[in-house]
Design a protein around this ligand. Structure first.
Ligand code: UN1
Length: 479
């Protein structure tokens, strides 16, 4: 029996109703740990604790906030190998990917530790002589944070760090599949010196804990990363309470490859963007839009690369692609593989379930060719190691196909042409544009987010995070 990891409510580690067994997707016989599953009453107590702690934390000074975030950053960096291993074990990213993500979480806390010391406002001359106008940012209050399973430490970090830096208290509900990194992060922050109630951890079901957050009038803002369907219900519940909301949802990100692209770069961008992290990224390049003149060479080279990729236990040295996160996701991937075949796409490579030494959710990366942009495999997010090639005649058609989607998170182009790259940067209907770089894998200190069905509300990350985590006050004074 492993030790039970508790929820954190009002500074106390507390039991839940029940227990979540955290299972390793590379080896379903391996239980990573046991985690308390919060009840509706636990969620209510966590919300009350965040509410009660909000006024004092809003008044805490920049030095106190800085010191806590900096201490957390330092501990995450020091323990990044151990945290990366935990991440790989519970989510199925490869060990190097897991360690990279843990380091990213440490860097995010470092960035926002600095931001604590750089909180400024504006002083503007009034149109009325003798009057002073000051514009300042104040915390929003108690923020509800709901995170997905695919970035078990980076996404919690990029929501919790700015929430705390700008003076908010937090109720944090991680995805049920990955409570391990969430618990470790909260433990680090508690020991870094956060006052009781400022950060509350409630692990559990969306239908119980998430719903309690949505229904509570005591939560002032909600930030959510996850599916479009859940995102819409989060937004509707927030509208009901006239409450601030930030959503990051799906993607169907295009990577355009023009005839003049460096073939090696284009292949690297496609393989990394579409298949690394098992394709389980909302920034994944799931539509490879390839000009006629390079199409056959590109498809041959990508297929060759895929044949050389090792799909195996995330913790094994030499693994390039870890398992799919669970049986549900694997069946969804397989459903879309069947849909693609029925729609008439050619499965150029992969798509087989694989057996390895341990029972896990292994899937060969799959490449569809001869697809059209109106097929369901090119319109709906699959969220697995599955990508499609759409053949186009030239740049103009490539741009039109790239933008012909309900999503708009990230878009890439591989080309040597300054003219086409510049035009694409200006005319892509995505929140993030990459030139000769993969659509996935972003910097941690600049805005992250998309347009259309991908995102709703202000951007995350970097200084732009302040838009969501603060509210603006305009004060007039006649001295
Ligand atoms: C990245 O590509 O570096 O859920 C980050 C996701 C995104 C994060 C992607 N919110 O996949």
């Amino acid at each position: 029996m492993s030790e039970l990891h508790h929820n954190l409510i009002g500074g106390e580690w507390t039991d839940g109703d029940d227990v979540i067994a955290n299972i390793n997707p590379s080896n379903t016989d391996d239980v990573v740990g046991e985690y308390a599953r919060a009840s509706e009453a636990d969620a209510a107590r966590a919300i009350a604790a965040a509410r009660d702690a909000a006024p004092a934390w809003a008044q805490s000074g920049p030095q106190q906030r800085h010191d806590i975030l900096k201490a957390a950053s330092d501990e995450i960096m020091t323990r990044r190998e151990e945290l990366g291993r935990l991440l790989a074990r519970e989510e199925g990213k490869t060990l190097p990917e897991g360690i990279g993500e843990a380091a990213r979480a440490g860097q995010i806390f470092g960035f926002f530790a600095g931001e604590c010391l750089r909180q400024a406002g504006d002083k503007i001359a009034s149109v009325r002589p003798g009057v002073d106008v000051e514009i300042t940012r104040e915390p929003v209050g108690a923020v509800g944070i709901i995170t997905p399973w695919n970035f078990p430490i980076a996404i919690p970090a990029w929501k919790i760090a700015p929430a705390l830096a700008y003076g908010n208290t937090v109720v944090f509900k991680p995805a049920e599949l990955v409570p391990g990194c969430a618990w470790a992060l909260v433990d680090i922050l508690k020991r870094a010196g956060l006052p009781d109630g400022v950060l509350n951890l409630v692990m559990g079901r969306g239908s119980v804990v998430g719903q309690a957050m949505l229904d509570s009038p005591d939560i002032d803002a909600i930030t959510f990363t996850g599916s479009v369907a859940t995102g819409k219900s989060v937004a509707a519940a927030c509208a009901e309470h006239m409450r601030k909301v930030q959503l990051e949802m799906g993607g169907k990100n295009p990577l355009v490859v023009l005839d003049d692209a460096a073939l090696d770069t284009a292949v690297e961008c496609a393989v990394n963007g579409a298949f690394f992290s098992t394709g389980q990224r909302c920034t994944a390049s799931s539509r490879l839009i390839v000009a006629d003149g390079i199409h056959d060479r590109f498809v041959a080279a990508v297929t060759e690369r895929l044949k050389g990729l090792v799909v195996d236990d995330a913790l094994k040295e030499g693994t390039h692609i870890g398992p799919v996160v669970d049986e549900n996701q694997l069946s969804q991937d397989e459903r879309y593989l069947a849909i693609g075949r029925e729609e008439g796409a050619t499965l150029a490579w992969g798509g087989e379930r694989l057996n390895r030494d341990t029972p896990g959710f292994y899937l060969q990366p799959a490449l569809f060719t001869e697809t059209s942009n109106d097929m369901r495999i090119n319109r709906e997010e699959i969220f697995g190691p599955v990508a499609s090639v759409v053949r186009v005649k030239d740049y103009d058609e490539a741009l039109a196909v790239a933008n012909d989607t309900a999503f708009g998170l990230s878009a890439g182009i591989c080309t040597a042409s300054l003219k086409h790259a510049s035009h694409f940067k200006r005319n892509s209907e995505a929140g993030m544009v990459m030139v000769n770089l993969p659509t996935a894998g972003v910097d941690y200190h600049v805005p992250f987010g998309g347009r259309k069905g991908s995102s709703y509300g202000p951007r995350e990350q970097g200084r732009y995070a302040a838009e969501f985590y603060t509210t603006v006050k305009t004060a007039y004074t006649l001295p």
